[in-house]
Write a protein that binds this ligand. Structure first.
Ligand code: FAD
Length: 260
């Protein structure tokens, strides 16, 4: 058995179409407006928010005599007043590797604002098994021995089944798929696998809050602690209201403005 930890790969993010934005700003009468946003996602969330009141500069809307300057204060106010829909305009695309089916099962419960592609264990045959070893198991020699022995036995069973059903000699892929799907029933829920997970920033805030909470499960807390660290550095103004407290060695990421 190989012991692994969840890995976070940011593989995509929203990109601004500069020409289109300049054309719109000229159209609305604010050709010189610019933002100090640190990322395209933060800039787009700001633009989408400002267009609601034409609050790029005073006077575009006769009702608006002053505007909030700067991306950080602008987004801080959006979060403060709970206009979370504005944060749906930016998205991120992750691949989470070496995560258990425990984690993927929990993650796919978040439906709103997400897109998911999960490694198929009907197509991808299990052979060597990797797993995240939870703290309570890691800290006990006897627990660790049982954990490792179980995984090793289950690895052996996967190989025995492959030999018994001569899957390597199977003529067509449909047959292989049926056999692989039968074999996976004898794999543990802790087996490490891969999931592609995309979401908008409103969803991301909600999921970080829920899944780093000390009541959440250890591995998903570890995963979303890593996600938070990455996005907080890359999109600081979208997460500026967050505070981190360490609980059981893992970050609890919290805010007074939950689920905007
Ligand atoms: C610590 C912890 C323990 C848990 N334990 C269990 C458990 O024992 N058993 C279990 O089954 N699940 C459990 N869950 C999963 C939990 O019940 C939710 O299904 C999961 O966290 C998804 O969150 P969400 O409902 O906010 O959905 P999301 O899809 O993340 O939706 C975000 C928000 O959108 C709104 N929304 C989404 N869908 C709808 C809808 N159909 N109608 C109206 N509004 C909607 C809601 O306001 C929702 O909060 C647990 C979660 C955590 C964090």
């Amino acid at each position: 058995m190989k012991s692994v930890e969840p890995k976070v790969f940011l593989v995509g993010e929203t990109r601004l179409a500069e020409e289109g934005l300049q054309a719109y700003l000229a159209h609305v009468g604010a050709p010189d407006w610019h933002s100090d946003a640190p990322s395209d996602s933060e800039l787009l969330c700001e633009v989408m928010g400002r267009l609601c009141y034409r609050s790029f500069e005073p006077g575009l809307n006769p009702n608006v005599t002053r505007v909030r300057e700067g991306n950080a204060p602008y987004l801080a106010n959006i979060v403060e007043v709970g206009h979370g829909s504005v944060l749906e305009h930016g998205s991120v695309n992750f691949i989470f590797a070496d995560v258990s089916r425990v984690v993927t099962h929990e993650l796919v419960r978040h439906r709103t604002g997400t897109a998911i592609s999960q490694e198929s264990l009907r197509f991808v045959r299990l052979d060597a098994l990797s797993a995240y070893v939870p703290m309570h198991i890691r800290e006990s020699e006897a627990g660790m021995e049982i954990f490792a022995r179980t995984f090793e036995q289950l690895e052996t069973i996967q190989r025995e089944l492959a030999r018994l059903y001569e899957i390597d000699d199977a003529k067509n892929f449909t047959e292989k798929k049926k056999l692989t799907s039968a074999f996976r029933r004898m794999a543990p829920i802790g087996v490490a696998t891969t999931i592609g997970w995309s979401c908008n920033f409103r969803t991301l805030r909600h999921v970080i809050e829920m899944r780093t909470d000390p009541h959440a499960e250890e591995e998903i807390r570890l995963l979303f602690g890593k996600v938070y660290q990455l996005v907080q550095e890359r999109y600081p103004n979208l997460f500026a209201d967050y505070q981190v407290e360490q609980v059981d060695g893992l970050p609890w990421v919290k805010t007074a403005h939950g689920k905007v």
